[in-house]
Design a protein around this ligand. Structure first.
Ligand code: DGY
Length: 311
């Protein structure tokens, strides 16, 4: 805020609740730049109603809340915050995997509720992580950082599926093997979703995909909620067709599908995978760098539609 207000007039939305579409449209009247997070939606209709807007800087790596094609068509530059959150997000993905596979939330709830009576041989027995098979769907920067943790930290056998296969030298460096999506679902002991959300990936984990997974498998989603059909997941968890799930993202967040809230074998966290103070400050700083550069005629560090700059 200090850096932005030293250069520009700033209209800051200082509230917990995100701006709805109407309020956002109103507040963007006459504004050249928008500094947003993943909760504001930039649609073609909004762009048409805000003709002065030239730059949208989102403090997030994901940009499914922005109609990038519409921005490009209107000459609106869009920037995001890649790289600075990769390792922090991968740490969290791994933490969620471990908490889920080892039933940590379930154990803590039981202990706090006074349900810990004695030691018994199969009490809260979960799934092994060391030496198991880690499946990764979406092998971008964060997927690769998770693969390194699995392979070199936990001796895991890493398999992945991605729209495009990684170069052979990257696969060798990561110790990761490319497989078809169905094969990934069949082989993974722990499946981590790290792919971008789009019309193509909407509900790409639904009943048919869950049916291919092992009954002992863990599913982790740190990407976007809409990738998973939550009703189908709740049914699979309830009927123990898969063992457990760890979810940091939800289709209607901050609302959580009530069917998930009642299940013991799911760990639920409120979209905090990148939430460490150093990383959030780095994201905030990069989003400010992008906005300042774009509005002062310089090249922003991380544009999403750089073609707009050459027009
Ligand atoms: C991101 O950066 O995309 C995270 O999900 C936070 O919004």
């Amino acid at each position: 805020m200090d850096r932005l207000s030293a250069r520009f007039g700033v209209d800051y939305h200082d509230g917990e609740a995100p701006l709805g579409a109407d309020a956002l449209r109103e507040r963007l009247q006459g504004k050249a730049g928008a500094y947003i997070t993943g909760t504001e939606r930039i649609t073609a209709e909004l762009l048409a109603a805000c003709p002065d807007l030239r730059v949208v800087s989102t403090m997030s790596v994901g940009y499914n809340h922005i109609d990038l094609a519409a921005c490009t068509a209107r000459g609106v530059l869009v920037t995001n915050t890649p790289d600075v959150l990769t390792e922090t997000t991968a740490d969290f993905g791994f933490a969620l995997l471990m908490a889920t596979a080892r039933r940590m939330s379930e154990g803590e709830r039981l202990l706090r509720d006074g349900g810990w009576k004695s030691w018994s041989w199969d009490f809260l027995a979960g799934a092994d992580i060391y030496n198991s098979t880690l499946g990764i769907l979406g092998m971008g920067r964060i997927g690769q950082a998770i693969a390194r943790r699995g392979r070199f930290g936990f001796g895991m056998n890493v398999v992945y599926h991605n729209r495009s296969r990684l170069p052979a030298e990257t696969e060798t460096e990561l110790g990761a093997r490319y497989v078809a999506k169905d094969e990934l679902l069949r082989q993974a002991d722990h499946l981590v979703l790290v792919l971008p959300y789009s019309a193509e990936s909407h509900h790409c984990i639904a009943a048919a995909e869950l049916a291919l997974m092992k009954p002992t498998a863990t599913l982790i989603n740190i990407a976007r909620g809409g990738i998973v059909d939550e009703d189908a997941l709740a049914a699979a968890l309830r009927e123990q067709r898969i063992a457990a799930a760890g979810l940091d993202v939800f289709e209607g967040e901050p609302r959580v599908n009530p069917a998930l809230l009642t299940l013991p074998n799911v760990v639920l966290t409120p979209h905090i995978a990148s939430a460490t103070m150093p990383t959030r400050l780095a994201m905030a700083g990069l989003a400010a760098d992008n906005l300042i550069a774009a509005l002062t005629g310089a090249t922003p560090p991380t544009p999403l539609n750089a073609e707009v700059l050459t027009r």
